[in-house]
Design a protein around this ligand. Structure first.
Ligand code: TMP
Length: 206
């Protein structure tokens, strides 16, 4: 049976490395995977991503930002996610709507109710089956990000923005313990991956 798995986390949580690990594990378990990301995952979505992340776009209104996230998502669902799930594939998606609640909601202060209207309209009953939250204290995450040469529009935000993002993720995880698996991503990589392996073994029923 298909599974829709999303991976979330703040900046510098090690998403890229850990998604590689997740993908390797599931492929070895024989799962037929589609690996994708948001914003992005389609030609139009990747163009919207470029607009959204470009630090030269200094005056994107929060509502514009929210609508562009959902515009990319609508295309992604229609073109990639729904068809893959309908074919029984497992979709591994680097961020999804929880990121909107965390960044546009808690970060940009758009109400959850307003985001929920778009979520319902764009997604109907589509929700992730499992969400892996790679949680890392903001200062540790930002230390990692600051080592990178080019920072995108979100990475240039202030500490308080990222504190709100992290709190929002953790409170969503608390509110939906069946869907969320929270991994302490501040631990050494081997420990993080041991925790991921335990989660994935259960998801695969092995
Ligand atoms: P990342 O894929 O490298 O994490 O970059 C995507 C950025 O976009 C990240 O800073 C979080 C942000 N984002 C939102 O603000 N809202 C969303 O709905 C999504 C999917 C991502």
């Amino acid at each position: 049976m298909s599974q829709f798995i999303t991976i979330e986390g703040g900046e510098g949580a090690g998403k890229t490395t850990n998604i590689h690990f997740i993908v390797d594990y599931l492929q070895q378990a024989g799962k037929d995977l589609v690996i994708t990301r948001e914003p992005g995952g389609t030609e139009i979505g990747e163009r919207l991503r470029a607009l959204l992340l470009d630090p030269d776009n200094k005056i994107i209104d929060s509502r514009t930002e929210l609508l562009l996230m959902f515009a990319a998502r609508a295309q992604h669902i229609a073109e990639v996610i729904k068809p893959a799930l309908a074919q029984g594939k497992w979709v591994i998606c680097d961020r999804f709507t929880d990121a909107t609640y965390a960044y546009q909601g808690a970060g940009r202060k758009i109400s959850r109710a307003d985001i929920a209207i778009l979520e319902q309209w764009v997604q109907a009953d589509l929700r992730p089956d499992i969400t892996i939250l790679l949680d890392v204290p903001v200062d540790i995450g930002l230390q990692r990000v600051n080592l990178r040469a080019d920072q995108d529009r979100f990475e240039q935000e202030k500490l308080q923005f990222f504190d709100s993002v992290r709190e929002a993720y953790l409170s969503m995880a608390k509110a939906e313990p069946k869907r969320f698996r929270v991994i302490d991503a501040s631990k050494p990589l081997a420990e993080v991956q041991a925790s991921l392996q335990a989660v994935l073994a259960k998801v695969c029923g092995t």
